[in-house]
Unconditional design. Structure first.
Length: 140
C-alpha cells in the first residue's frame, strides 16, 4: 500500500511511534474543544483512549485485511481507515460517557472528527515518512 511491506516488528514500532504522534496532535484539540460538561480528566483520558481504541486496527489489522483481499491502493486504504477511525471513536466516546450511541451528531462528535482529520493531514503529509525512517533505523 505504501510502496514497501513492513515486517511485524516494524508494524509494532510504527504503532508505538505513530500512537505518540497522533496523541500529541489530537489531545490538545480534544482537551480544549470537547464539551465543558466533561471533566478535564475525562478530556485528557479521551485524548489517550480514543487513539488507543482505533490505531491498532488501522496499523495492524487493516493492512492485513488489504493484503488478504489483494488490494494494493493507498487511497482506498486511507479512505477506509479515515472513515472507520473517527466513527468508531465517536461511538466509543459516547459509550464511555454514557450517551446514546446513535444520537444526532453533536459538538463532541464534531471535535473528535476534526481531531482525526488534523492527525490524518499532519500524519500523512509530514509525520508518516519521518516515523517510518525512525522505525527502519531501529532495524527490527
Amino acid at each position: 500500500m505504501n510502496g514497501a511491506v513492513m515486517s511485524v516488528g516494524e508494524q509494532w514500532l510504527f504503532l508505538l511511534f505513530g500512537y505518540i504522534a497522533t496523541v500529541t496532535i489530537e489531545l490538545p484539540i480534544l482537551f480544549s474543544c470537547l464539551s465543558r460538561k466533561h471533566k478535564r480528566s475525562q478530556r485528557i483520558t479521551a485524548g489517550f483512549l480514543l487513539t488507543a481504541f482505533t490505531y491498532p486496527i488501522v496499523i495492524l489489522v487493516l493492512p492485513g485485511v488489504f493484503t488478504l483481499l489483494e488490494i494494493d491502493s493507498r487511497p482506498i486504504f486511507l479512505l477506509c481507515a479515515e472513515t472507520y477511525a473517527p466513527l468508531a471513536e465517536v461511538l466509543f466516546f459516547r459509550f464511555v460517557v454514557n450517551q446514546k450511541l446513535l444520537a444526532r451528531p453533536d459538538r463532541d462528535a464534531f471535535v473528535i472528527i476534526v481531531a482525526n482529520l488534523c492527525s490524518f493531514v499532519l500524519g500523512e503529509a509530514v509525520l508518516s515518512h519521518a516515523i517510518m525512517d525512525a522505525v527502519r533505523s531501529v532495524g527490527v
